[in-house]
Design a protein around this ligand. Structure first.
Ligand SMILES: Cc1cc2nc3c(=O)[nH]c(=O)nc-3n(C[C@H](O)[C@H](O)[C@H](O)COP(=O)(O)O)c2cc1C
Length: 394
């Protein structure tokens, strides 16, 4: 079983992620992990925090001589902003506090609508939303991207590759489908604007972000993750929790600010007749394999991959923190108050796509190892090749 967890707070000392259950012998490159972290920090519309943090992964266990050794992998990413917060958020109560001296920082008592500030403060019984927002922050996704890069390192050994692009920023939308090749090519960009494959649409997306900047507003959008080279047979129809469609949806909606997921062309399909929507089945006698008339299902039928590209879209709400603060109530006085302002992003669509790539990679790696997993890469390869022979001879 592949298991993974993250820990760490936005202004804590560091973020930490562990991933356990990978076979030994998977090549892992620190440069590749760091490149993924860099990609997460890009995109037009990011806030001042991204100028402070230049994320670098430190692999502290589970990888030796650039390959996994079968033991749990732990990755640490330091928060450079921590030095500005070390006094305000100490692990132990400072001595002077114990003597009743005043806290060095002001508590966050004006919860921001659209954040975990109020729900978390009520649930965890704090009159200071700082303890909540530190963990609820999407800074946590840095750790997910780091272990997602390790999951990708496994998948690529079996020909499975992932990439993402922006389909919409606010009302600016890409009006065509993008081919895998053009989406994959974007990973080599050294300057990520809005992560759209079409230059004219990307310019319109930028105009929407500029408008949000001008008016002190924020903007959401839609990203798409494509997983290419996925074999048929991952996931299962047999139980609700084995269905890969459900597992992917949970993983992607768990990303902060993602409020909807679409597999394939789900929204369009729902507005069409059945005859126009299903991916017809054909057989190529020469190549001896099944082919499909289209990929509107997004590579999944019955919760099982069907060998077509996996298409997973995420719908982002506009970022909740506005420069023009929204109405709120002070947690202590219960008087009306304007919500607290924390330095904030205006648009995060390309970054969210990179995070979703990581989540899709982790779920795919889990499903892959459930089916083919061995203790070493060699054993896993033998299992995989045996299955491919079965599929060929079917
Ligand atoms: C990459 C990324 C960056 C984000 N940056 C911010 C930000 O700067 N300010 C903000 O208010 N929300 C930001 N968010 C969204 C919040 O983290 C999220 O809305 C909040 O934690 C509440 O969770 P929910 O929207 O999923 O309910 C970001 C989300 C992502 C994916």
């Amino acid at each position: 079983m592949l298991r993974f967890e993250t820990a760490g707070e936005s202004h804590g000392e560091c973020l930490v992620a562990t991933i356990t259950g990978l076979p030994a012998g998977v090549p892992v490159s620190l440069d590749t992990v760091n490149h993924e972290l860099w990609r997460r920090q890009q995109g037009y519309g990011r806030g001042g925090r991204m100028k402070i943090e230049h994320d670098r992964a430190e692999i502290v266990s589970g990888v030796r001589h650039s390959q996994t050794i079968g033991s749990p992998i732990a990755i640490l990413i330091r928060n450079w902003d921590w030095q500005n917060w070390a006094e305000a958020l100490p692990v132990e109560n400072p001595i002077e506090d114990m003597d009743g001296a005043e806290d060095k920082r002001k508590p966050v008592t004006r919860p921001r609508p659209g954040h975990a500030d109020l729900t978390g403060a009520i649930k965890y019984n704090f009159a200071d939303a700082r303890y909540i927002l530190e963990r609820a922050s999407a800074r946590e996704t840095t750790a997910r991207v780091a272990i997602g890069a390790v999951a990708k390192a496994l998948l690529i050994r079996f020909g499975i590759d992932l990439a993402s692009h922006a389909i919409a920023v606010g009302s600016a939308r890409l009006e065509r489908t993008a081919a895998w090749e053009e989406v994959a090519a974007m990973r080599a960009r050294t300057e990520v604007l809005l992560g759209c494959v079409d230059a004219a649409t990307e310019q319109r997306m930028k105009d929407v972000v500029d408008q949000a900047y001008r008016t002190g507003d924020t903007v959401g959008g839609v990203f798409e993750v494509i997983a290419h080279g996925v074999p048929p047979g991952l996931g299962s129809h047999t139980t609700w929790d084995a269905r890969l469609d459900g597992r992917l949806a949970q993983a992607v909606v768990s990303i902060q600010a993602v409020k909807g997921v679409e597999l394939g062309f789900a929204a369009e399909n729902a507005a069409s007749f059945g005859s126009a929507v299903q991916d017809t089945i054909h057989y190529d006698r020469q190549a001896r394999h099944f082919t499909r008339g289209a990929n509107r299902a997004g590579g999944l039928e019955g919760g099982i991959t069907n060998g077509q590209d996996l298409l997973v879209r995420g719908f982002l709400k506009p970022i909740s923190t506005l420069r023009r603060p929204l109405e709120s109530v002070d947690l202590v006085t219960r008087e009306p108050a304007l919500a607290a302002y924390e330095r904030s992003d205006v648009c995060v669509v390309p970054a969210a796509g990179v995070i979703a790539e990581a989540m899709v990679a982790l779920v795919l790696a889990q499903a892959f190892l459930e089916k083919f997993g061995g203790d070493s890469l060699g054993e896993t390869k033998r299992n995989f090749e045996g299955y491919l022979t079965q599929v060929r001879d079917f």
